[in-house]
Design a binder for this molecule. Structure first.
Ligand SMILES: Nc1ncnc2c1ncn2[C@@H]1O[C@H](COP(=O)(O)OP(=O)(O)OP(=O)(O)O)[C@@H](O)[C@H]1O
Ligand SMILES: CC(C)(CO)[C@@H](O)C(=O)[O-]
Ligand code: BAL
Length: 287
């Protein structure tokens, strides 16, 4: 695996790759890699000749400084996992390399209402930071395809908008959420849970499944979503939202009428043990 820390060196290498008519698949990450990330690498390998992964803990997307300070770093293990997965290139830039202009915001993207709900509501500024770094990474890598996980569903929709806003030819491929055998969505932040909390965290998935069951019966899924928040509270979680939404022309809207044939999703964010966990399920349709 090639390792690049400087964007100019990486760009030169990728120019040669493109000249030899090879397709490039890109998997951006913040490291602390788990099987969810590796599933994105596998998907990228299937669809491209060359696969590049980036590891960069992006300061501008953290609205909570404590979350940034505590974000897990396991770079040695990450390199081994990427090598074992036959990743072709790792891009490991520094903050100075990615933000020579400094961290304060100098560009704002108009993501519309999508930025004001769910993660956008509870993590102010988060998606501007995500947009800023993904825009920069795409300018450097210029991949044919970009692979991201459904676990961060709203992020996928934001990036879809970013690609439109920036007139990018890149194709976004959304990959399914990898789960532990318990059902818990894999996440780097799970590493910060105590063993007891990690067991308890499965309740998020269980509540999502209950809502799915109610939805397939067609009746009381909104009540089930409200009950889910109560059930999580009773078990010691602090839920921020359990919301059912429809996908409407690239945006998510809270359900106010029967969903018809629209894609319907349920999304959850809840704190447990000082760790913020998110998950979601598609109840109908596709992203
Ligand atoms: N369980 C998963 N299954 C599939 N893809 C995933 C999973 N978890 C994360 N990803 C995807 O991996 C990419 C990098 O995500 P990131 O490095 O933030 O990992 P993470 O596990 O989501 O960490 P966090 O604790 O910040 O949620 C994103 O596109 C994300 O959606
Ligand atoms: C897309 C991303 C790598 C941007 O920093 C990050 O938000 C993530 O890991 O999901
Ligand atoms: N996994 C999305 C990136 C973040 O939580 O900041």
């Amino acid at each position: 695996m090639y390792l690049f820390k400087r964007s100019n060196d990486l760009k030169k290498h990728l120019d040669l790759v493109r000249k030899s008519n090879k397709s490039i698949g890109f998997v951006p990450t913040m490291g602390a890699l788990h099987s969810g990330h590796l599933s994105l690498i596998q998907a990228a390998k299937k669809e491209n000749d060359v696969v590049i992964c980036s590891i960069f803990i992006n300061p501008t997307q953290f609205n909570d400084p404590k979350d940034f300070e505590k974000y897990p770093i396991t770079i040695e293990e990450d390199i081994k996992k990427l090598n074992d997965a036959s990743t072709d290139i790792l891009f490991l830039p520094s903050v100075e390399e990615m933000y020579p202009e400094g961290l304060s915001a100098n560009e704002t993207y108009d993501f519309g209402e999508l930025e004001t709900i769910l993660e956008g509501k509870f993590r102010p500024g988060h998606f501007q930071g995500v947009g800023r770094i993904v825009h920069k990474l795409l300018d450097i890598v210029q991949p044919h395809k970009l692979f991201m996980g459904q676990k961060d569903l709203q992020q996928c929709l934001i990036i879809r908008k970013l690609l439109i806003i920036t007139n990018s030819p890149v194709e976004l491929v959304v990959c399914p959420t990898m789960r532990e055998s318990s059902g818990l969505a894999m996440s780097s932040r799970n590493e910060r849970l105590s063993p007891a909390a990690r067991k308890k965290a499965v309740a998020i998935y269980q509540e999502l499944e209950k809502i799915q069951q109610e939805f397939s019966k067609g009746l009381y899924f909104l009540e089930a979503a409200r009950e889910a928040a109560d059930n999580l509270k009773k078990q010691g979680f602090e839920p921020e939202y359990v919301d059912v939404l429809i996908l409407d022309n690239g945006d998510l809207r809270h359900i106010s009428e029967p969903p018809g044939n629209n894609t319907v999703v349920v999304a959850v964010a809840a704190w447990l043990d000082g760790i913020r966990l998110i998950d979601n399920m598609i109840l109908q349709g596709a992203l």
